[in-house]
Design a protein around this ligand. Structure first.
Ligand code: FAD
Length: 426
């Protein structure tokens, strides 16, 4: 990207801020109930400004979303709803769903009426996601589902799960999987929180015991779940790469704690998830506040962080351009790796600056404990959305043309593979 293009982008961003500010001057009403406010916001296309107008957006660049949300915050208005539904489920359903599914499932995401979680990982299927064994068995025009999921972020606060289940054991591993819009509030679904080293319990394990879904809840059709999943993972990785997963959006849905409140009161809440990541500006400010801006080691590390941040932002633009040309999957993988590096380095610099005080992760510690919290959370970025090793494998195989892992069972019915591994005592 040339300097002129960067200048134009900055100009576009300041014009957008001004447009949002003018819209808020006409529309922000702190006395509205949150659901009513979010409906107004969604109708104007501000929840997902990067979606096309037909999809409920404004046809803007993906990074416009961050500009819009910070413009809402600067104005003092309640920001649009966020969540994994917006990040992953909505774009997946828009890509693969029928018009009926889009109508039924996407609108409630855009106006924050429902929350979604991702039910992909299982105790025996993480990096090797296609090895999942949760089963869905047809029963007339519905499906009976049994299995277990794990590491399901925010499942306890969600209404729907993006569920991967095996619908055909007679087909090879990657072919008998379906992507299901799965209702969590039903008999047979048990959700148990798991405590993380940050002290939070965002994760859950989800047990599914004879729960059901309708045929109409299979997105992309029966057995096409693996290709639908690639779309979900693409949006997860580009979202994380663009800093979107933890960028601090209000939680949607009836269990998110926002609905039923006065929008003006909800707008005063601290940024949710805002203590999980640190930006280069946060770190620069911390160095200044602690008189460490002239420390050559800290300066050098901040320069590295600034460089990584700019590269990450440019890579996100590249991903967008490549996607428009119909490719670019591995650019998303590079973006995810870049964001991981940024999160870890930013947290490390913060703790270097704080020294022994950095051990105080309690509310009475520096920054209310946010620097320590970000440091404790940073290792997770190498795992969620696919581990660093898996991202590198994909870049190696798909972009650099390195040989793929041998896969002798590629065309063998997965039921047979499972039977064989059980017989081998695995
Ligand atoms: C904060 C957080 C949030 C998460 N949220 C969700 C969620 O909402 N929904 C969800 O479904 N999952 C979620 N996950 C789970 C995450 O997707 C998995 O943890 C991840 O895919 C890795 O799977 P695993 O934990 O089973 O590790 P494994 O797959 O068992 O991997 C163990 C180690 O082996 C390495 N490894 C495995 N295979 C290879 C290979 N072929 N080549 C080289 N190295 C390899 C891995 O890189 C890793 O270091 C979350 C995880 C975290 C940390």
């Amino acid at each position: 990207m040339t300097a002129t293009e960067i200048d134009q982008r900055k100009l576009a961003s300041s014009e957008l801020r001004e447009e949002v500010r003018a819209w808020l001057a006409d529309n922000w009403d702190p006395d509205l109930e949150v659901t009513d406010w979010w409906r107004v916001v969604a109708e104007a296309g501000w929840t997902a400004p990067h979606f096309t107008p037909e999809q409920g957006g404004r046809g803007l660049h993906r990074r416009a979303s961050a500009t819009v949300r910070s413009a809402f915050a600067a104005y003092g208005a309640l920001r649009p709803p966020g969540g994994l539904g917006l990040l992953m489920a909505a774009p997946t359903i828009l890509t693969h769903g029928t018009p009926e599914q889009v109508e039924r499932l996407v609108s409630p995401i855009l106006d924050g009426r429902v929350a979604w979680c991702q039910l992909f990982s299982e105790p025996g299927a993480g990096s090797d996601l296609a090895g999942l064994t949760t089963r869905a068995v047809r029963d007339g025009d519905r499906w009976i589902i049994n299995g277990q999921k794990v590491w399901s972020s925010q499942a306890l606060e969600s209404d729907y799960g993006m569920l991967l289940a095996r619908t055909d054991l007679d087909r090879p591993k990657h072919h008998g999987i379906s992507w299901i819009a799965f209702r969590l509030d039903q008999p047979g679904v048990t959700i148990r929180p798991l405590r993380e080293m940050t002290g939070d319990a965002v994760f859950n394990e989800v047990f599914i015991d004879n729960a059901v879904c309708d045929d109409a809840d299979l997105i992309g059709g029966e057995g096409n779940g693996w290709s639908v999943t690639q779309t979900t993972l693409y949006f997860e990785r580009t979202g994380i790469g663009a800093g979107g997963a933890h960028a601090g959006f209000p939680d949607p849905g009836p269990k998110g704690g926002m609905i039923g409140r006065r929008a003006g009161d909800a707008a005063l809440d601290p940024v949710p998830g805002g203590n999980l990541t640190l930006s280069v500006d946060d770190v620069r400010e911390l160095a200044r506040a602690h008189g460490r801006s002239d420390d050559p080691v800290i300066r050098q590390k901040i320069a590295r962080l600034t460089t990584f941040t700019s590269l990450g932002a440019w890579n996100a633009l590249r991903a967008k351009a490549e996607a428009a040309r119909g490719g670019g999957q591995s650019v998303a993988n590079i973006g995810k790796l870049a964001q991981t590096r940024i999160m870890k380095l930013a947290a490390e610099i913060a703790l270097d600056i704080l020294g022994a005080d950095g051990m105080l992760g309690t509310p009475d510690g520096p920054g209310g404990g946010r620097y320590t919290h970000a440091f404790e959370f940073a290792p997770a970025s190498s795992i969620y959305g696919g581990t660093d090793e898996i991202q590198r494998n994909i870049v190696g195989e798909r972009s650099l043309g390195l040989p793929r892992d041998p896969n002798p069972d590629k065309d063998v019915p997965y039921g047979e593979v499972l039977r064989r591994s059980t017989t081998n005592g695995r």
